[in-house]
Design a protein around this ligand. Structure first.
Ligand code: NAD
Ligand code: TDX
Length: 335
């Protein structure tokens, strides 16, 4: 299989590419990534010889058309992904997430007229908006879309484009909406790596608001094994929700990080809350488990978090050069 992976130099994409090279020697991987602040060649350094890395933009119809024409399947991860950045400047989110996905869909549509191309679109549970803290409900594939932030609104728009291209043009696409990922190679702007690297650099961890907000954590390798399962066995046109029953409030995750790193449980600062901060996300992944037989391999969150802390301890050369600039930007927003 010739597989095009957009956003393969980002957090989830790089882990996906590395796992694919490791576990599927029959797959020839091409990565298309514009190497924004969130993309890093170093995340692919030890598989560089096994893949082709093309530095290019998903809104560039020329490069996208050429690469799609050379591929049997496309897994589309590329996006602007940080909610706080979207609140500060939504323009790149509209461009990359909406126009970028449109560009990929058009390339797949045109190529499919002469040769079938399979597309998998990677999306987020944030398209469903949020749940209250005290209800038992979880998101399912029939939960109405109700995005809160500029980020989730652009991801919702991209999902709608994919669904319309399936229905109107017969594009052979699947979609997945996953909960919060954690693991190695995640940018230090995100919650878990930010706190770990704050402690490692002698800064105090930062909690938005009271920390009552709940996220449904999944290890990045479990997200990626589910993406592979959907790509190989999923029904075209279907949406699969990906989650591993990992609901935890932010304060508990903060305290677990502090304990695992040998600090006292109150050794953090409360900072300005995020505007429009979604309260709770929770995924019901029953169809993925029952219909496709998928199971997560990293059900023990504490063990996964401990390994992630070790990874950041051992890989300061990967995150060290960008850490100060990220914290300076947060400080300017009093976060
Ligand atoms: P990331 O920000 O770490 O990486 C995104 C990658 O896309 C980067 O390498 C960046 O250079 C690239 N990119 C951005 N705009 C581009 C463009 N216009 N052209 C080419 N490349 C571009 O993101 P991530 O956390 O790895 O997320 C990957 C995907 O998974 C996204 O679609 C995101 O919405 C989705 N997702 C993420 C999570 C999560 O918890 N991180 C959860 C569910 C879904
Ligand atoms: O310093 C922080 N302190 C804090 O309390 C940061 C950076 C975040 N938070 C809170 C906000 C959220 O409730 O932690 C939670 C997680 O924050 P993020 O890591 O920014 O993730 P989130 O906003 O939940 O979105 C993530 O999961 C869904 C990804 O960034 C998205 O790309 C994905 O779609």
């Amino acid at each position: 299989m010739r597989l095009l992976v957009t956003g393969g130099a980002g957090f989830i994409g790089a882990n996906f590419v590395r796992a694919t090279v490791r576990e599927r020697p029959d797959v020839r991987v091409t990565v298309l990534d514009s190497l924004t602040y969130a993309g890093s060649r170093e995340s692919l350094a030890d598989v560089e010889a096994d893949i082709r890395l093309v530095e290019g933009d998903i809104t560039d119809a020329g490069v996208v058309g050429t690469l799609v024409a050379e591929s049997d399947a496309v897994v589309h991860f590329a996006a602007e992904t940080h909610v706080d950045n979207a609140l500060a400047d939504p323009a790149p989110f509209v461009r990359s997430n909406v126009v970028g996905t449109f560009t990929i869909l058009e390339a797949v549509r045109h190529r499919s007229a002469t040769k079938p191309v399979r597309l998998h679109h990677v999306s987020t549970d944030e398209v469903y908006g949020d749940l209250t803290l005290d209800e038992p409900a979880r998101f399912t594939e029939s939960t109405p879309y109700n995005p809160s932030s500029p980020y989730s609104a652009t991801k919702a728009a991209s999902d709608m484009l994919v669904r319309a291209w399936v229905r109107s043009y017969g594009v052979a696409a699947t979609l997945s909406n996953c909960s919060n990922n954690y693991g190695p190679f995640q940018h230090v702007e995100k919650f878990i790596p930010r706190q770990i690297t704050n402690i490692l650099t002698g800064r105090r961890p930062k909690l938005y608001g009271t920390g009552a907000n709940v996220r449904d954590w999944i290890h990045v390798d479990d997200h990626n094994s589910a993406v592979w399962r959907v790509l190989t066995d999923g029904a075209v046109g279907r949406t699969y929700l990906i989650g591993a029953d990992g609901e935890r409030d932010n304060l508990s995750v903060m305290r677990m990080i502090l304990r695992l790193m040998g600090h006292s449980p109150d050794d953090f600062d409360h900072v300005t809350d995020r505007a429009g901060h979604d309260l709770r996300y929770a995924i019901d992944a029953t169809p993925l488990r029952d219909e496709l037989g998928w199971r997560p391999g990293h059900a023990d969150f504490e063990a996964g978090l401990r390994a992630t802390i070790e990874w950041y301890r051992d890989n300061e050369s990967w995150w060290g050069p960008i850490k100060d600039a990220v914290e300076t930007a947060y400080e300017a927003r009093q976060q």
